[in-house]
Write a protein that binds this ligand. Structure first.
Ligand SMILES: NC(=O)c1ccc[n+]([C@@H]2O[C@H](COP(=O)([O-])OP(=O)(O)OC[C@H]3O[C@@H](n4cnc5c(N)ncnc54)[C@H](O)[C@@H]3O)[C@@H](O)[C@H]2O)c1
Length: 346
């Protein structure tokens, strides 16, 4: 994968698409929870990926993560790491309020970039990152793994076999006790844009990534001083309707979907079972569980993280973007903005 580097080549120019068969050289910034739990296990399992360096400002985490994934070159300064290792692509996995400058630096240096959700704290920041990537022709991916959840995807495809998806329900519940201090990074970002954004993004994806025509919404604080419940009906240009049910004041965490088309419906829980019914039949035409479908219980596989990482690496190799790019994430962030702007109760 590594090409001889011309001394005169500009640092800001992206590498040309590499031919298949060789390794993608990836540098990692962040040795925290998501890195260790789902992304580095995915990358470590890909034979066509070489991890060329790891950076974290926390020495303990840096050392432990390097040991776990057998990464020989470690750094406390990501700029130095990028200079020394000259990777093809970079993973930057850190909280949203510290991510922006790191992500912008990586893109400025002409490196393909994978980041977690949320892509930024605001839509404008997301637009700025997407613009740098677009201007430089870089591949980017945002960690919206529900788009890649194997069982959810299969249920969606089963419904699509019968016809165009006309309605999607995206339902994300948590039980979060109201706090004096905001629970998401002390309020650096709100619940809808930081976490319920998964359900907003899934609504867009599973209705076909069509433009938004109208939004009717309700945002409630309930017994907290900040927004806890976000419900919306979104009408898309392709005439599909998306129903968002997001509520952080419930009995427990659930993430569920309904997909409907003429003659077919799926009801699927990301952490349990998925069932598809067709043509008024008594029994489901397709039925599985999220672990049975994949044949393992590893979270990073059953929840779609490995598949989203695979798609990013393939995109870097082919020089062809993924649907969960920064440019597309701008539209998800915009829809979150519209849910606030159109809220009847605010
Ligand atoms: N997709 C999902 O379902 C999901 C779930 C949880 C969290 N997330 C997102 O993942 C992101 C990361 O979350 P996390 O829980 O892994 O974070 P974390 O706090 O566990 O890890 C972040 C790491 O980045 C390091 N870091 C911060 N600034 C740095 C810098 N300038 N240079 C080098 N290292 C730096 C920190 O020292 C820390 O080790 C967040 O945006 C979060 O919203 C996504």
């Amino acid at each position: 994968m590594r090409k001889a580097r011309s001394k005169t080549a500009s640092r800001s120019q992206p590498k040309a698409a590499r031919s298949g068969g060789s390794k993608v050289r990836v540098a990692l910034i962040g040795a925290g929870g998501m890195a260790n739990g789902v992304h580095y296990p995915s990358l470590a399992g890909f034979e066509d990926v070489e991890i060329v360096g790891l950076c974290d400002v926390d020495k303990k985490k840096l050392t432990a993560t390097a040991r776990k994934f057998k990464i020989s070159r470690t750094f406390s300064d990501y700029g130095r790491m990028l200079d020394k290792t000259d990777p093809d692509a970079v993973y930057a996995l850190m909280p949203p309020h510290v991510l922006f400058s790191v992500a912008a630096d990586v893109l400025d240096r002409g490196k393909h970039l994978f980041i977690e959700k949320p892509p930024a704290v605001t839509t404008f920041q997301t637009e700025c990152l997407a613009k740098i990537a677009g201007d430089k022709g870089l591949i980017t991916a945002v960690g919206f793994q529900r788009r890649y959840h194997p069982m959810i995807n299969r249920c969606w495809k089963e419904v699509k076999k019968k016809g165009r998806i006309n309605q999607v329900v995206s339902c994300f519940y948590k039980n979060s006790v109201p706090q004096a201090q905001h629970p998401y990074y002390r309020g650096a970002i709100d619940i809808l844009r930081c976490d319920a954004i998964h359900a907003v993004d899934s609504l867009r994806y599973y209705t076909g990534l069509s433009e938004v025509k109208s939004v009717a919404s309700e945002v409630r604080n309930l017994d907290a001083w900040y927004g806890m419940s976000f419900n919306a009906i979104v009408h898309f240009a392709n005439d599909a309707v998306g129903v968002l049910l997001a509520n952080w004041r419930t009995g427990r965490r659930f993430f569920k979907f309904e997909f409907h088309a003429g003659g077919a419906s799926a009801f699927a829980d990301t952490d349990a079972e998925g069932r598809v019914w067709v043509d008024n039949e008594e029994s489901p035409s397709f039925e599985t569980t999220y672990t049975e479908f994949v044949g393992c219980e590893e979270t990073y596989i059953v929840q779609g993280f490995r598949a989203e990482n695979r798609a990013f690496i393939d995109a870097v190799k082919k020089g062809k973007g993924v649907h969960n790019s920064l440019a597309d994430a701008v539209k998800t962030m915009r829809l979150a903005d519209m849910i606030y702007e159109n809220a009847i109760t605010r």
